[in-house]
Design a protein around this ligand. Structure first.
Ligand SMILES: Cc1cc2nc3c(=O)[nH]c(=O)nc-3n(C[C@H](O)[C@H](O)[C@H](O)COP(=O)(O)O)c2cc1C
Length: 359
């Protein structure tokens, strides 16, 4: 199952462990996937430049194989004080319930994307991936000059075409089944909910660079299907979220392991940006809110204290439980077993399909 992309990334198997910002992608998980022949990736979007540098060094202590680091491309957001105040007042009801202090502040919102990029260059990471937009031409060129493989995220064919024109080496086709934030940067995320099976072949037909399938891929069947649709690799998030090495909160893992294919929804409630997660009390409560949800990253900052307090109290009803629609297929295994079983199942499936052809 060697592809042009596995060669370019210098990995054995076409399996990328999705970067997952917010805690799951700790060095132990990333290194385990890379050591098993896939590509481990750090979701570094919420980390400070220094935290990113330290984490990269921790990964390198555990593996000498390639790995990726993923960042969020910043976007301009203008939100009126009135909208923020109304939301803060609404969130205060939940804060009171959780017994935490009222009124979160957005004043600590500081953009550090350029400094984060600088750390990736200085540490010469093997792979740089990004979502929510396209970094400047300078950044993409500098990365490539340093020999760093650059991967962007698209949720539509148009976004893929723009990423290719910007010079990326490969594109993640993020289908609507995918857990976590939508990478949409052209138009509205609610209009760009294209399933992986429909998005992938259309994107493959319109770009020359390798395409990576993401969204709902949980095992060897998803891998073979993705390769058949023209993908050069798969990016799996939810499957690795419940792995033994994942840094996800125990209550979050438990929720995933007891959820069904219809347990997730796309919501703006936690961050102001569309994201797929397991529906819980907080999402239900925000559905009753009649005002405007402040855009990302403001809402994300406003709800941080609530998410942190819920995590501390082991209360999944107020934690963001980002998960994809393949959730019922999630198994609590080691990361290397997930890679191994996915490859074995894919190989057996290909053999079976070949036999059927002969009959
Ligand atoms: C908990 C979680 C966090 C995520 N964080 C990121 C991120 O930081 N950067 C990114 O590009 N994608 C992120 N994603 C999206 C994944 O890259 C990928 O598109 C998705 O996991 C694929 O769908 P699946 O979960 O069904 O495998 C995240 C997904 C999850 C589940």
């Amino acid at each position: 199952m060697e592809t042009t992309l596995t060669q370019k990334l210098n990995i054995q198997y076409p399996i990328i462990q999705a970067p997952m910002a917010g805690g799951p992608t700790i060095p132990e998980l990333i290194a385990a996937v890379s050591n098993a022949g896939g590509l481990g990736s750090l979701g570094a979007g919420y980390l400070t430049p220094e935290q990113i540098r330290d984490t990269i060094r921790e990964i390198r202590k555990r593996t000498d194989r390639p790995f990726g680091v993923n960042l969020f491309v910043p976007e301009q957001t203008e939100v009126s004080e009135d909208i923020i105040e109304k939301m803060n007042n609404y969130l205060n009801e939940t804060r009171t319930e959780l017994g935490i202090s009222l009124n979160s502040s957005t004043s600590e919102l500081k953009e550090t994307f350029n400094e984060q990029v600088q750390v990736l260059l200085e540490e010469n990471v093997p792979v740089f991936s990004f979502t929510f937009g396209i970094p400047s031409q300078n950044i993409i060129e500098e990365m490539k000059q340093c020999g760093i493989v650059v991967i962007g995220t698209a949720t539509t064919v148009e976004e893929g075409i723009q990423l290719e024109a910007a010079g990326v080496d490969a594109i993640v086709a993020q289908g609507s089944e995918a857990g976590g934030h939508r990478g949409t940067f052209v138009g509205e995320a609610r209009d760009a909910l294209i399933g992986t099976m429909a998005l992938l072949p259309q994107l493959v037909d319109h770009v020359a660079v390798p395409v990576i399938a993401a969204g709902g891929i949980m095992d060897g069947r998803g891998l073979v299907a993705s390769l058949a649709l023209g993908a050069s690799a798969v990016q799996m998030g939810t499957a690795f979220l419940v792995s033994l090495e994942s840094g996800a909160h125990a209550a979050y893992k438990e929720k995933i392991l007891t959820s069904n294919e219809d347990s997730t929804v796309v919501t703006y409630a936690y961050s102001g940006k569309a994201a797929r997660g397991i529906r819980n009390d907080f999402i239900n409560k925000m559905r009753l809110y009649s005002g405007t949800i402040p855009a990302y990253p403001i809402q994300n900052t406003l709800t941080r204290d609530i998410r942190q307090a819920a995590a501390k109290a082991n209360n999944p009803e107020y934690m963001s439980l980002w998960t994809g629609q393949g959730v019922r297929l999630a198994k609590e295994l080691t990361a290397s077993d997930i890679v191994k079983q996915t490859m074995e199942q894919a190989a057996a499936l290909i053999e079976r399909l070949n036999k059927n052809k002969d009959n």
